[in-house]
Design a binder for this molecule. Structure first.
Ligand code: PEP
Length: 248
């Protein structure tokens, strides 16, 4: 079964108008002629309009890092899925562990955000992943199953994207081994369609991308820190294309 890989950058709380422009220019130059991989950047809200303009008509898609579960109303500071869609947004990250841990987002909220995104025609990138303590106590599968099933209970997964992101690997420089990633991806795949893209996220770097992407159930990556460095991100994107070409 061949699934087109996706590599999505998560810029988190980084960027400026000038640095975004320079980064995107470098990415667009480096992506000329690149085939066999979908690529996106998920940027902070204030830059979405400008990034949309710069990327119009290019092969680089863009997305948001969060979305409200509400369509409208008295929700100060929130941004709805319809607002994002109006700007041509393609992807939105839902249930990132930083949202869960730092802002108390629950499984139910992630499910509601997922539904709101899909209803507006956006493609959610749903993040699931266990903490180090949960891995050490052998509850990885139980945790990621709970996180995924809370979404599946209320939504058809459709063409959404799943990202397995072990919390202990995010921003720590400590990636899951290819085998650890593959085991969880294979477990998650059994709950989804064969077509669903499952990305790995957690300290993916140019040095480890090839080995991780070579795993049969890893369909690309969600990339934090390395997505801010054009050359690193481009290398990772190229590794995803190369891995896909060998999977057939
Ligand atoms: C992330 O933010 O989703 C992520 C995987 O970050 P990093 O690549 O920096 O670990």
């Amino acid at each position: 079964m061949s699934r087109a890989p996706l590599v999505a950058g998560n810029w988190k709380l980084h960027g400026s108008r000038a640095s975004n422009r320079a980064l995107l220019d470098a990415l667009l130059r480096g992506m000329v002629g690149l085939e066999g991989v979908d690529c996106a950047v998920c940027v902070p809200f204030p830059y979405l309009g400008e990034v949309a303009e710069q990327l119009r008509g290019t092969a680089l898609a863009w997305g948001a890092q969060n979305v409200s579960e509400h369509a409208r109303g008295a929700y100060t500071g929130e941004v709805s899925a319809a607002m994002l869609a109006e700007f041509g947004c393609r992807y939105v990250i839902v249930g990132h562990s930083e949202r869960r841990q730092l802002y108390g987002e629950t499984d139910a909220q992630a499910a509601a955000k997922f539904a709101a995104a899909q209803a507006a025609g956006l493609t959610p990138i749903l993040c699931v992943g266990e903490t180090l303590e949960e891995r050490d106590t052998g509850s990885t599968e139980q945790v990621v199953a709970r996180q995924l099933e809370s979404v599946l209970a209320k939504n058809d997964f459709g063409s959404a994207v799943l990202a397995y992101e072990p919390v202990w690997a995010i921003g720590t420089g400590r990636n899951a081994t290819p085998r650890q990633a593959q085991d969880v991806h294979a477990f998650l795949r059994r709950k989804l369609s064969e077509q669903t893209r499952i990305l790995y996220g957690g300290s993916v770097k140019p040095e480890n991308a090839a080995a991780i992407f070579a795993m049969p159930d890893v369909d690309g990556g969600l990339i934090g820190g390395a997505s801010l460095v054009a050359q690193d991100f481009l290398t990772i994107v190229k590794e995803a294309a190369r891995a896909a070409s060998t999977k057939g």
